[in-house]
Ligand binder design. Structure first.
Ligand code: GN1
Ligand code: MG
Length: 371
């Protein structure tokens, strides 16, 4: 997807969603490695006439965006119904997507791009880094709550927007295939990293194998539980609304737990170059666990509880392999800011796994303590 999108194209998309305005301001939101996300402020007669988030979907990654948006429509409806049943006003708790004249919650732009638009939730924001452990605990509760609210959603009716998204076994297989192909001759400079995956191959199949054996139940999971994918209220500092519903699909509870830990409980950024800064912060690990598991008393099975810490290791290993695969194949999947960005990301994730391996017993004990 081209990175440069004209304001005219955005205006066209906004009008398709029935929005009325004289002019608008737009700011690029630093929101993820896949889609283009913009904060839009509409102006009418010189005054602010509404704020929205406009997104240009990456259709290289999401091959069937219409089916994805149908998933999202049904999931958000379900969440709204559940919240209303609990007497909670869903307005700031669930994303509200606009519809175009055909009644679709998406629209094709004049250049063929695929657009969607949702109401901006004010007095709330996302964070790329944890500034306060109690906010992370609340995020944990929010993501745990999300799974609970979707527990009775008809899972079989959800389309897999990216098939085998967290099938770590297949992910590693694709990775080794790319190593063999080595289309850009980058393998020679990544021998140490490749070795890392060779020695983790067996362990990384654990969750997939346990799911296939019926030990771990499938649930409707979010599958991309980065800390910046949940809105936190500016005043209460409570997590209020889960974002980025693109990969809501059947999955394992450990995927959501694990991916959240990978991102939020790390002492450094996902792409930190100075590996000595990268480790697992056990205090943050505990904060998220308290919210995610402590907040979901009795919801997860014994086996699921046992799988959580594995989820952290395996999700981090999986993403390391995905970053490195992307580097080896020419950086086509994740947005990058400089050559070698995906390699740096892979190295940081590898270092994080190595640290988790050292702290694994403690991680498991912490999880058990909140079960
Ligand atoms: C991508 O779009 P974003 O940044 O929320 C990716 C996740 C990765 C994450 C790593 C559809 O998520 O799987 O964990 O980057 N999403 C997709 O930061 O591949
Ligand atoms: Mg995403």
């Amino acid at each position: 997807m081209s990175k440069r999108i004209s304001k005219q194209e955005m205006e066209h998309a906004l009008r398709q969603f029935g929005l009325k305005f004289d002019e608008f301001d737009v700011a690029l939101l630093d929101a993820g490695h896949i889609n283009g996300t913009y904060h839009v402020t509409l102006k009418k007669n010189g005054a602010v006439a509404g704020e929205y988030v406009l997104q240009c979907i990456n259709t290289y990654v999401f091959r069937y965006p219409e089916l994805m948006m149908n998933n999202i429509a049904r999931v958000t409806e379900h969440l709204e119904t559940k919240l209303l049943e609990q007497g909670i006003n869903p307005k700031r708790r669930v994303l509200h997507f606009l519809r175009n004249a055909n009644g679709n919650n998406y629209t094709y732009g004049e250049k063929g791009h695929f657009w969607r638009c949702y109401r901006f939730v004010d007095h709330a924001r996302t964070y790329n880094q944890v500034t306060d452990p109690t906010m992370l605990e609340s995020a944990g509760r929010g993501f745990g709550e999300f799974q609970k609210l979707l527990a009775d959603f008809p899972m079989d009716t959800l389309v897999e927007t990216i098939p085998d998204f967290h099938n770590t076994k297949l992910r590693l297989r694709s990775f080794f295939k790319m190593v063999e192909e080595d289309p850009l001759g980058r393998v020679k400079s990544t021998r140490t990293e490749i070795e890392f995956f060779q020695t983790r191959k067996q362990l990384s199949s654990r969750l997939v194998d346990q799911q296939n054996a019926g030990i771990l139940p499938l649930r409707v999971t979010h599958n991309d539980t980065k800390y910046n994918n949940i809105l936190i209220d500016d005043d209460t500092h409570e997590a209020i609304c889960v974002l980025d519903l693109d990969t809501v699909m059947p999955g394992l509870a450990a995927y959501d737990f694990g991916d959240a830990i990978r991102f939020a409980a790390c002492t450094a950024a996902e792409d930190e170059k100075d590996l000595s800064k990268v480790s697992l912060d056990l205090e943050l690990f505990e904060a998220f666990t308290r919210g995610f598991i402590g907040g979901a008393q009795g919801f997860f099975t014994e086996s699921e509880i046992e799988s959580m810490a594995w989820g952290a290791r395996i999700m981090t290993t999986e993403l390391a392999a995905r970053f490195l695969l992307d580097y080896l194949s020419g950086d086509r999947y994740f947005k990058t800011e400089y050559p070698g960005h995906n390699l740096d990301r892979a190295r940081a994730q590898i270092r994080l796994v190595e640290d988790m391996e050292k702290k694994f017993k403690t991680m498991q004990e912490i999880v058990r303590q909140y079960a």
